[in-house]
Design a binder for this molecule. Structure first.
Ligand SMILES: NC(=O)c1ccc[n+]([C@@H]2O[C@H](COP(=O)([O-])OP(=O)(O)OC[C@H]3O[C@@H](n4cnc5c(N)ncnc54)[C@H](O)[C@@H]3O)[C@@H](O)[C@H]2O)c1
Ligand SMILES: [Zn+2]
Ligand SMILES: [Zn+2]
Length: 380
């Protein structure tokens, strides 16, 4: 089959690789109808992770079940499914308590709990930017979708970024009447803003520097704050009559930069501590890593990021972090889509075939105007 393979920093290629097959009785093989490029893929693309050359990328997958193992009971061939990016066993202590993103069984890497498709450190699982994908523990992991192709562009957000954005608002405890600041108006930040409104937020500020992304934020009723226009903290504090916002979501990650493009991994955490009110809360879904050989300073190379923990403590704030447990939310978010109450597809900018992915990685990585969310249709 054809797949997108990581070949080193700033290099991916479309290659012929062996078809995945059923390896255990609990597996399924899914024919991919839509798979997305994610901001998380860019950390690998830019050579800022330890991902191995030759890895098939792609953790945002959906499609039609092509084959199932003899032990799969709930899912049948022909089902239309969303594949959460987390690979969970369903029965370990963390899975049983809803932390599907920290499964104790599926990642053989020493010291890392939680697995994913086509991702650095997340286990030996090929990604789905390909024609087919092997899904372990299929009954546990796959979410059924209504048959046909309705809502394809909305449902494709269920594998990662819609639940991830939602998780940011859950970690921050966003509730009715809240004011919320979302840092990063990339796909994850935009999904967090969408989720904040779904949860009843009164006002949502979206902070970024890409005008096209800020425009999308405004299209759903958020207030855009461009970091190129001066002190972000001051502007949000002023806009809330000096109070600050109730809740904050971090949707940028360790490659946070100023408006000149210089990286400061502590910048957004510091901004959040300042704009969130005393006793407020912050959900961090932007990725931070324990090792970043490409970091500018010695501490950050080892995951030691010098953010303002002192003020965070003084203000009595709370913070939640980590990979999103997609399965905790994807069923409810699917049903909101079906009911017409959620429409995450508003961020889709491109729909391409696999052959066009090499160029799309380059343009998405450069945040070229209009490259917000790229969907690949492998069979197109
Ligand atoms: N926790 C999870 O489960 C999970 C899942 C998916 C993605 N992620 C992570 O979420 C983050 C965002 O993902 P994405 O797909 O939206 O990525 P993206 O790279 O497309 O978006 C990040 C945005 O942050 C903006 N940004 C950079 N510096 C900023 C600053 N100082 N202030 C405000 N905005 C700034 C960029 O301009 C960009 O638009 C990434 O780190 C990604 O790895 C986490
Ligand atoms: Zn993703
Ligand atoms: Zn588990």
């Amino acid at each position: 089959m054809k797949a997108i393979v990581y070949r080193g920093p700033y290099s991916v290629s479309v290659e012929e690789v062996p078809d995945p097959r059923i390896e255990t009785p609990l597996d399924a093989v899914v024919r991919i109808t839509t798979t997305n490029i994610c901001g998380s893929d860019l950390h690998m693309y830019e050579g800022r992770t330890g991902v191995e050359e030759g890895t098939v990328l792609g953790h945002e997958n959906m499609g039609i079940v092509e084959a199932v193992g003899t032990g799969v009971e709930r899912i049948t061939v022909g089902d239309r499914v969303s594949v959460p990016f987390n690979i969970a066993c369903g029965t370990c202590r963390n899975c049983e308590s809803g932390w599907w993103s920290f499964c104790l069984r599926t990642n053989p890497n020493e010291g890392v709990d939680g697995a994913a498709y086509g991702y650095a450190m997340m286990g030996p699982y090929a990604g789905g930017q390909a024609e087919y994908l092997r899904v372990p523990y299929a009954d546990v992991n796959l979410l059924e979708l209504p048959p046909g192709d309705e809502h394809e562009l909305d449902f494709t957000m269920l594998s990662d970024i819609f639940p991830t954005g939602y998780h940011g608002t859950e970690l921050a405890g966003v509730g009715p009447g809240d004011t919320v600041a979302v840092f990063g108006a990339g796909p994850v930040g935009l999904m967090a803003a969408h989720s904040a409104f779904i949860r009843g937020a009164r006002r949502v500020f979206c902070v970024d520097k890409e005008p096209d992304r800020l425009k999308l934020a405004e299209s759903i009723g958020a207030e855009a704050v461009d970091i190129s226009d001066g002190d972000v903290v001051e502007r949000i504090i002023d806009a809330t009559d000096g109070a600050g916002v109730d809740k904050g979501v971090e949707a940028v990650g360790y490659q946070a930069h100023d408006h000149h493009g210089t990286e400061h991994p502590e910048l957004v955490l510091d901004n959040l501590v300042q704009v969130v009110r005393t006793a407020g809360a912050i959900g961090v879904v932007g990725v931070y890593v324990p090792e970043d050989p490409g970091a500018a300073d010695e501490g950050a190379k080892q995951g030691r990021i010098g953010w303002d923990y002192g003020t965070f403590f003084m203000k009595g704030q709370r913070m939640g972090t980590g990979q999103a447990p997609v399965k905790r939310y994807n069923r409810a978010l699917r049903d909101l889509i079906i009911a017409g109450r959620a429409k995450p597809s508003f961020i889709v900018s491109h729909e391409l075939g696999l052959d066009e992915a090499v160029d799309a990685y380059d343009k998405f990585d450069k945040r070229c105007d209009g490259y917000t969310k790229v969907l690949l249709h492998p069979s197109a």
